[in-house]
Structures are given as C-alpha cells and as structure tokens.
Write a new protein. Structure first.
Ligand code: F6P
Length: 362
C-alpha cells in the first residue's frame, strides 16, 4: 500500500518544474489520497533532511505560471561523489546509504525525481540500491534520449527566438554581425530551433563542427546580395573543426560538470580580424532557464506530473515518463540515461535549415 510519497527536483532549474510539482501533488492528494513530502534542494534534502515539509493543496496554489522550483534544486552535489571539506581540502564521499536510510525513516513509499540526465542517473543508481523511485525528464537542453521533448525546452527556445528577433532589427540598422550564444551543453537543439524560428543566417551546433572560412563565405554572399548584416546563432558547445570547446570553468571535482561559454567571443575576435564589419556578441545565459513556462510546457509538465503518480500506484519503480508522439508512455529510467539525444547532422531539421539557405558553418 502506498501511503506517502516524496517529490524532489534536481539539476539545473527550468520553466515548468512547478507545473509538474503542482500536478503530482494534486493527483497524489486528491486522486490517490496519499501524503506528500516536499524534499528541498534535490538529493541534498535527503542527505540533510532538516527542511523536508509536508505538502498540501495550498502548497501548490498559484505556482503553475512560475519559473524555477518551489522545492529548490542543486546541480553540484552527486550523492555518490558528494563534496565534503576534510582537513581544509575538498574530497568526495558516498552518501547514498544515508539517502536510503532517510527514505526509510521518512516512510516514503515512492519518490518522484524530476531531473535531467545527471539527476536521473543518480536516481537510477539509488533505485538499483533499493529506493522506490520514478522519474520525470526535465531540461531546457532537450538532450534526453527516449522522450521526444522535455518540458522547459520550448520556453527556452521562445526566449532565444525573442532575443534573435530583437537583435535582428538593430543588426540591420547598424549593418553589423550579431552573434547570439545560447545554452544546450553538447546538444544544439536550442540553437537550431531558435535559429530557424528567428530567421538566423548562420547556426552553429556542436553536432556539426564549424569552419570559420565558411562563415565568412556566407557573410560575404549576403553582403553581395545587399544584406549588410548577419545573425549568427551559436550553441555554447559548438566548436571549430579540429579545436577544443570553450569553457568558462572546468569540472571542479568528480561530481560536477564543466561549464561551457565564450564561443561567441572567440568567433567575434576571429571575424573582426578577417572582415571589415562591426561585430557584437550577446550571451543569453540563464535568462533561458528562467521565466514563465509557455502553455506547451505547462501542459507537458502537467501531463508528466499526473502520469508519474500512476507509475507509483502501479509500483513501476525504476521507470520514468516519456513523451512519444502525442502520448505519455513509461520506460525504464536506464534507457533514457544510456545515451544523449543529439541532433542528427543528416536529419530533417538540419536539412530544413539548409533549404532555408541557413549556413551550418560547414
Ligand atoms: O543543462 C541545463 C544548462 O542550462 C545548460 O544548458 C548549461 O550549460 C548549464 O545548465 C549551466 O549550468 P549552471 O546553472 O551550473 O551554470
């Protein structure tokens, strides 16, 4: 018998997290009659469980349009390699047993973990150790395999497209090259989608390493045709053929990831040497992670939040919800985290961009 469930959000936040929390709390309490515990700051909340709180329908009032997560999150603490200070040094410790003990102590019969690849990987390891976990895929990067889309992605694309639209008019007025750097880690989904939606001239994605000469070719071609400005959308993980990616910070320890950033400034510096045009860069950064979710993301997040409760009711632990076509289905968490979903360089979306005469820099 399921009596009490827990909910946590892990990894980088994204628009729609609150919509999932709201849908799960409503379904759990009103439909199933379960108790719900809100676990704060991702898995950290189960290592130091002093801020866990009982959720009721009032806890989720008014949160549907809100960005972020009312539960808090963390993308710096893998419990299997948890950073702790010892003798003035940062070392990592395995805290997974403490999490399992706390789940038992709190009498949580099913735990909903809402997260991206990192968080779901941890969830899967904990499930293998005995935790009753179910998952919900989340990330603005849309790089999780097995689900067509993650919620938060289209809100990020919306934000990026809005920025490209705004940069378009100023680029045209000043006859400038505008370079917009968007997020996405090793996947170019945000760049390709917002680039197409915003009518970019050049889109650079990690899946297709670029050649600076090809970018210059495209800019010159546009100048010859009378378009004395160009919009370049570059994914933070894009890189020049034969060279490294650009980082703002390498991984600090085993439990953390490197942070990408700065590729737009690199391209700007090379282009300013090789062309006579004025160039400006805009790094959109965390603006893409914030704000109110679009209606599409609110609906997807709400559907995930409802369906994930059904997985608990059916005791389908180790499973997560996925969007396939128009249906929400469930699959083992293991399948989603086994591979990253990247753009097929020969796929339809890339071909669409090429037919629209957008250069991919190759
Ligand atoms: O995974 C989501 C994401 O926003 C990536 O697109 C980006 O590279 C990263 O997180 C940034 O992480 P942080 O919030 O730690 O700077």
């Amino acid at each position: 018998m399921i009596k009490r469930i827990g909910i946590l959000t892990g990894g980088g936040d994204c628009p729609g997290l609150n919509a999932v929390i709201r849908a799960s709390v409503k379904t759990a309490i009103s439909h199933y009659g379960w108790e719900v515990l809100g676990i704060t700051d991702g898995f950290d909340g189960l290592i130091i469980p002093d801020r866990i709180f009982k959720m009721d329908l009032n806890s989720v009032k008014g949160i549907l349009p809100k960005g972020g997560t009312i539960l808090g999150t963390s993308n710096r603490g893998n419990p299997f390699k948890y950073p702790v200070k010892k003798d003035g040094k940062i070392v990592t410790e395995d805290k997974s047993d403490e999490i399992l003990k706390n789940i038992l102590k709190l009498e949580i019969d099913g735990l909903i973990v809402i997260g991206g690849d990192g968080t779901l990987n941890i969830a899967y390891q904990l499930y293998k150790k005995g935790a009753n976990i179910v998952g919900v895929p989340k990330t603005i990067d849309n790089d999780l395999a097995k689900t067509d889309y993650t919620f938060g992605f289209f809100t990020a694309v919306n934000t990026a497209t809005d920025a490209i639209d705004k940069l378009h008019t100023t680029a045209e007025s000043h006859h400038r090259i505008m370079i917009v750097e968007v997020m996405g880690r090793d996947a170019g989904w945000i760049a390709l989608n917002s680039g197409i939606a915003g009518g970019a001239d050049i889109i650079l994605i990690p899946e297709i390493p670029f050649n600076i000469e090809k970018i210059i070719e495209k800019i010159n071609e546009r100048n010859l045709k009378g378009s004395h400005f160009s919009i370049i959308v570059v994914a933070e993980g894009a890189y020049e053929k034969g060279k490294d990616k650009h980082y703002v910070e390498k991984a600090k320890n085993e439990g953390t990831l490197p942070r990408y950033g700065g590729i737009s400034n690199y391209i700007a510096s090379v282009l300013s040497e090789k062309t006579d045009m004025e160039i400006r860069t805009t790094i959109l950064g965390h603006i893409q992670r914030g704000g109110s979710p679009t209606p599409y993301d609110r609906i997807l997040a709400s559907r995930f939040g409802v369906e994930v409760c059904d997985l608990i009711a059916q005791k389908k632990f180790g499973y997560m919800v996925n969007l396939v076509g128009t249906q929400i289905i469930s699959r083992p968490i293991e399948e989603s985290i086994s591979k990253q979903k990247l753009i097929d360089p020969y796929g339809q979306l890339v071909e669409t961009a090429r037919r629209l005469q957008i250069s991919l820099g190759d």
